[in-house]
Design a protein around this ligand. Sequence first.
Ligand SMILES: *Cc1c(COP(=O)(O)O)cnc(C)c1O
Length: 317
Amino acid sequence: MGVTRSDRPPATPASLSPGAGRLPAPEVCELRDERLDRAGVTLLLVRDDLVDPELPGNKWRKLKYNLAAAREQGFGTLLTFGGAYSNHLRAVAAAGRRHGLRTVGIVRGEQHLPLNPSLAYAAAQGMTLAYLDRDTYRRKHTDAVLAELRRTWGDCYVIPEGGSNALAVRGCAELPTEIEVDFDVLCCPVGTGGTLAGLAGGLTGTQTALGVAVLKGAGFLADEVTELQREAFGAPTGNWRIGLDHHFGGYAKRTPRLDAFVADFHRRHGLALDPVYTGKLLAALFDLAEQGAFRPGTRLAAVITGSAPLDAPYGGA
Ligand SMILES: *Cc1c(COP(=O)(O)O)cnc(C)c1O
């Protein structure tokens, strides 16, 4: 998953307007489960998925300061990238509509009609969709491709695929400050790493962050998170790590074991985890707890970052 960054310098912290589009703090609840009791571990769920019906929590946090920067720098159009089932494209479309900015979504691959539910939603929010062949899409972050996109779409504020840049990281760093309950380890799923980079940056004292990679072969993500933290905070924070063993076959792939975990979790707790992100996160935390990876007494807080992309074709991506 390539990380493209906006080629505009990020706004300085002083010019950020934290009041913009403030959402209520996420609800936190303790999950009671005998498997956790046996491991002596407490697990809190941070329901960032419930803060807004249209914008999954982490996507909104990642967009917040980018929207402010776009407006301050006088842009009327946001341009961003995503696959055909991207939560990020949907979120940008909804945010643009809400904040009066035109949005252009550059979709990987060819157009397929009728639009799938994700893209239909984005289009209904007013997003203009355009398609890039896979080869050009891979080079979307190069000056040549960006210049071509600007020739076509005008001078746009460019948000990278997945929405991860320094301003996104700063938005995510606010989440830990909204949690009013004590915890030791803050846990989240990792796609591009922007959310983890931010969450870790917002921790205090001896708190640490644990990310669970949802893609296979994701060893490169540690470098991405380090680089994003350098851009956002000046230096990496050194208080996080990424688990690479719970991708269940790769991005949007699933296995019978993952499906069984998600179904069992729903039966026990009445919460339908999505198999792309939060299902893998919780499966990892339960495995690690049962393996004794957490010292008894550890208080974990798992961020429910959002839900699955609409109607994603699981099993291939
Ligand atoms: C996009 C997304 C993630 C991944 O966030 P990154 O910042 O790309 O690592 C996690 N959970 C949900 C629900 C998402 O939509």
